[in-house]
Structures are given as structure tokens and as C-alpha cells.
Write a protein that binds this ligand. Structure first.
Ligand SMILES: O=P(O)(O)OC[C@H]1O[C@H](OP(=O)(O)OP(=O)(O)O)[C@H](O)[C@@H]1O
Ligand SMILES: O=c1cc[nH]c(=O)[nH]1
Ligand SMILES: [Mg+2]
Length: 214
């Protein structure tokens, strides 16, 4: 599959994103720095992913005169992290859109079957008219992202974007096939999954590295 030809997939080439991802990969990067880097990368990706936010003209009075000026239109954006690791990306996007609402989807991947197990779902209401940005640093088999987006659609979500930091080709293909209407933003496309369904070269377990649980 040639991902670059799929208009719903953006694979970032920006040198700042690439540089920060390389620092994330380093096993000697501390928890504090890892967390900071995840936040910064989410902000850089978010800047591009939100470049099509709708605008409306609103009257503003400057010290000199009244004028019509663009404002973001429509209901507030919903950021929906997939717990746990997706939480690390929320603050970076909130720095861009401080009024965004935040939903949560709890999901963990069974270590042997790699099947995702959902344990929590709370979304801002109403969900159907909001732009929804689902965050998770890692898109491995794609099972967690596909299941999370299934849940959001069941709750009525329609306009959904998915943002990750590292994707495996297997997961990117699975997600784009399962949800062809979802725009996918990828910081870096890695080589492959290993026998434990970890992304190689990857960065290890994103949740453990963000929260220091290993
Ligand atoms: O594409 P997949 O094969 O589904 O794998 C990716 C998922 O695995 C990780 O979560 P994990 O299950 O480790 O939970 P955690 O974030 O709580 O550590 C990661 O944050 C994704 O949610
Ligand atoms: O490489 C991987 C795969 C799934 N989850 C992670 O955190 N890392
Ligand atoms: Mg984990």
C-alpha cells in the first residue's frame, strides 16, 4: 500500500517533528523529557491537523474602528485520548485550542492476543457536530484505534481525525481500511511489528515511558 497516495493520510516530514521523535526513541531519554517531547510533537502535529478548522466572520472593535474578523466557528473541538498513552498528547493540543472539550476512551491491549479491551468511554455531548481528534502515540496493529473510533461512531461521532506519533505499516493499513473517512496524521512511519506486536524500531511502551511505570 502506498500511504502517500492516500489523501486521508498525512505522514509528517517536518524536521522538528523528526528530531523530537528521534529523541523519544532513545532509551536513555528520561520520563520528564519524554513527556515534554510527546506534548511538543502533539502541538506541532495539531497545528497542521487543525489547518482546516472552519472560520466565521465576527464583528470586532479595534481601538480605531469596527471590523469583521475571522473566528473559529462551530461547536468546540473534542480531543479524545486513548488511555493511557494518548493522555500525553492532550496538553499539546490544548495549548493550541484551550477551549476544547476532552473525552476519554480507556483501552488496554492484551499482552498475548494483542486484542484491545475497552474499559471506559466518556465523550463530550453533543458529539455529532464536533470535530473529534483521537490521540494515541502508537498505532501498532491498529486494533485499539479501530475499536476506539468504532465506539465514538456508535455514540454519534461523525467528523473524526486520528493523530499518532509512530505508526507501523500494518496498523496504518488496517485503520485506513476500517475507517476510510477518518483523516490520519502520523509523525513517523516505522518498519514493522515484531512478534510481540511492538513497533520496530519504535520507542518501546509509550504508556510506561510517559508515566514512568516500568
Ligand atoms: O495498535 P495496537 O496494536 O492496538 O497497539 C497500540 C496500543 O497499545 C498501547 O496501549 P497499551 O495497551 O499499552 O495501554 P497503555 O496506554 O495503558 O499502556 C498504545 O498506547 C496503543 O493504545
Ligand atoms: O510499540 C508499541 C506497540 C504498542 N504499544 C506501545 O506502547 N508500543
Ligand atoms: Mg502500554
Amino acid at each position: 500500500m502506498n500511504f502517500n497516495e492516500n489523501s486521508n493520510i498525512t505522514i509528517f516530514k517536518h524536521p522538528l517533528i523528526q528530531h523530537k521523535i528521534s529523541k523519544l526513541r532513545d532509551k536513555n531519554t528520561s520520563t520528564k523529557e519524554f513527556r515534554q517531547l510527546v506534548e511538543e510533537i502533539a502541538m506541532l502535529e495539531g497545528f497542521e491537523a487543525l489547518s482546516d478548522l472552519p472560520l466565521e466572520q465576527v464583528e470586532v472593535e479595534t481601538p480605531l474602528e469596527k471590523t469583521m474578523a475571522p473566528h473559529i466557528a462551530g461547536p468546540k473541538l473534542a480531543i479524545v485520548p486513548i488511555l493511557r498513552a494518548g493522555l500525553g498528547m492532550v496538553s499539546g493540543i490544548l495549548a493550541l485550542v484551550p477551549n476544547a472539550r476532552v473525552g476519554h476512551i480507556g483501552m488496554y491491549r492484551d499482552e498475548e492476543t494483542f486484542i484491545p479491551h475497552p474499559y471506559y468511554c466518556k465523550l463530550p455531548k453533543p458529539i455529532d457536530k464536533r470535530l473529534i481528534v483521537v490521540t494515541d502515540p502508537m498505532l501498532a496493529t491498529g486494533g485499539s484505534a479501530i475499536d476506539a473510533i468504532d465506539q465514538i461512531k456508535k455514540e454519534g461521532g461523525k467528523h473524526i481525525k486520528f493523530m499518532c506519533i509512530i505508526a507501523a505499516p500494518e496498523g496504518l493499513e488496517a485503520l485506513s481500511k476500517a475507517h476510510p473517512d477518518v483523516e490520519i496524521y502520523v509523525g513517523c512511519l516505522d518498519r514493522e511489528l515484531n512478534e510481540n506486536a511492538y513497533i520496530c524500531p519504535g520507542l518501546g511502551d509509550a504508556g510506561d515511558r510517559i508515566f514512568g511505570t516500568k
